[in-house]
Design a protein around this ligand. Sequence first.
Ligand code: AMP
Length: 140
Amino acid sequence: MAVTRTFSIIKPDATKRNLTGAVTKMLEDAGLRVVASKRIHMTRDQAEGFYAVHKDRPFFGELVDFMISGPVVVQVLEGEGAMQRNRDIMGATNPKDAAPGTIRAELAESIEANTVHGSDSDENAAIEIAYFFKPEELVG
Ligand code: AMP
């Protein structure tokens, strides 16, 4: 399988609980390599732009409020089939539905405070990586 890249966010519920390392270890143990990483506090504009695809959903306002409620860690992950590999270790959106051993089953608090974001396609991964990183920030 080809080595590809995907985009991940460690969300405010995780940074608040000092779980950046715990989440990153689970990603690394799943065969993903962090090739770029930075801790940022998103502006409202940035979060609304990132989640524009969800702007008509009833939870959009709360989702944006949550994503700017504290710092996040944006990361680019590399590995064989990185997008699917990341989604597999993340687990289902709602931690109640997430398989044991996944990040959300082990660490998430709720469907909103669900610890991690991961791109849902290679196309969206490229868009999301470019939203937060300059090419020269991906250092391998
Ligand atoms: P994503 O699917 O990762 O692009 O982002 C959607 C995010 O919105 C999820 O990760 C959840 O944090 C949040 N979300 C999805 N569905 C709900 C919902 N029914 N209520 C609250 N938050 C939701």
